[in-house]
Design a protein around this ligand. Sequence first.
Ligand SMILES: *Cc1c(COP(=O)(O)O)cnc(C)c1O
Length: 339
Amino acid sequence: MIDLRSDTVTKPTKGMLEAMMSADVGDDVYKEDPTAIKLENHIAEMFGMDEALYFPTGSMANQAAIKLHTQPGEQLICDKYAHVYHYEGGGVSFNSGVSCKLLDGDRGKITASQVEAAINPPDFYHSPLTTLVTLENTTNKGGGACYDLNTIKEIKEVCNKHGLGLHLDGARLWNALVATGQDPKEYGQLFDTISVCLSKGLGAPMGTVLCGKSSLMKNAMRVRKVLGGGMRQIGYMCAAGLYAVENHIDRLKEDHHKAQELKEVLQKMSFVKKVEPVETNIIIFEVKDQNEFMTFCKAKKMIISNMGEGKMRFVTHYDYDSLQHREVINNLIEFNSIS
Ligand SMILES: *Cc1c(COP(=O)(O)O)cnc(C)c1O
């Protein structure tokens, strides 16, 4: 099987498993797991943030961040494709009692003027009070697009002017950092809270770290506990995360390179109607006949995501190796000749 559905399908490498086996652990609910503390300090330091906390999933980390920033009845601003709105089970309203003002961004990215126009006037008590902006980088449903730092700086200025918090859903922030050469410390300067995922491109079996300012993070342990995320000997998992951060960030450029090659091949194919721009490891493309293409993929043992309306998605990752890559390219060329 060649699995191109997501960069979450990877399995731990030998080196990662060894790091897990030899991890020093303790009860993290008592904050006594040395490996969890080491990972949290490492991430906080990377982004120049005050504090960090390990979460089992990215959804829980984002949900906790939203809870830390808001009170029930308030409203956050995000793009219409945002993961916090679409793919976290309605947690924004369930956990925080908050509504989302959705903006019509460009491949999941929004601008400062869009944000400013979406803020409800605080003295107009008929509307929910706007208190938070959440951005996503890279964008997931937006096809792995990266923000440029200037856009984020402009959004931050609007947040400062109107007293809004700024959270980054950085599930694939590593991909953005590698693709753009941006400095993680710049992100720490601009955002109040940032979540970064260890189990997507980096290949750990689980885990997301939320880092942020101590004024917000001081309640993070409590919120994580409320969400059912108090965990015990998580050092085994944090060791995998640390190993991933230390060894698997630079190699993301290989995933990006393969994604570019797939894009170039797809652009030449007559069965493809359109290929979205590719900036990182996600390739979204539209085919003329999705049933025919899906059947072909299945026959060739390729698993891919069907996003509906003829849109297909490939995501490159650690376990998608060069041999598989060559096979996929050959399969695409073969399908083109028979379709
Ligand atoms: C994957 C992802 C998350 C977190 O997902 P979990 O499966 O809960 O870890 C959050 N935001 C974005 C943009 C993602 O792609």
